[in-house]
Design a protein around this ligand. Sequence first.
Ligand code: AP5
Length: 219
Amino acid sequence: MVIVMLGPPGAGKGTHCKRIVEKYQLVHLSSGDILRNERAGGTELGKKARQYMDSGKLVPDQIIIEMMVGAIAAAGGNCVSDGFPRTVVQAAELDKELAKEGKKIDAVVNLVVSDDVAERRITGRRSCPVCGAVYHIDTMKPKIEGYCDKCKDQKLVQRPDDRPDVVKIRLKTYYEQTAAVVGYYTNSGQEVLDINADKTVDDVIGLIFKKIDSLVTGK
Ligand code: AP5
């Protein structure tokens, strides 16, 4: 099964993908996490991506397509793609690559969230640099303030692109380049599952499971 998760920064894509992969036994492929790992490893790809990510811009299509198409193929086409595609060019390329393997996207989940909620979520996000666990200073607090629950004495950090000035640019980039991906899928006959993501994490994941289940079972 191939699920594509769409939505602006802070919509909750990463948070909900973690629950989706558990339920449907899929591999979680986050383009943002893969890029951050490349950066942490000091690779050429990571070095190229850095300037775009830290300024809230998109990494060029060619780099991302190569990286994500390879990752999806390595997952045997059983994955949730989180953060890819993010342009119409990327979306068309993904369709083309899946068609070569006789596959297609099974579900496109589109998390819809207001800008102020997205901004509050991103600027309050903290994560563990070791295990990648994600917290929020108000809505998903760790047991001990500032420290990871799992890695105990590991201090939580804020992503460099989660500063308020960069968040504004990321949201602008989303409306200018990524929002059109929803229209691309609708126009190509692919059903888009719109989810009101302003609700609590439990409410949102409940809505997502309900819609994916009904798509899979046809009921
Ligand atoms: P990426 O890492 O993908 O960032 P993003 O899309 O901006 O998404 P975020 O990770 O900020 O948000 P999210 O929706 O996953 O929210 P989360 O679940 O963490 O990309 C980073 C950069 O990489 C891009 O800017 C670009 O440069 C580059 N890039 C990546 N993919 C690319 C591509 N395909 N093409 C070109 N460039 C690419 O939740 C946020 C916070 O809110 C958390 O603290 C969470 O606990 C909390 N929260 C979530 N849901 C709820 C809820 N329902 N209620 C209360 N709190 C909630």
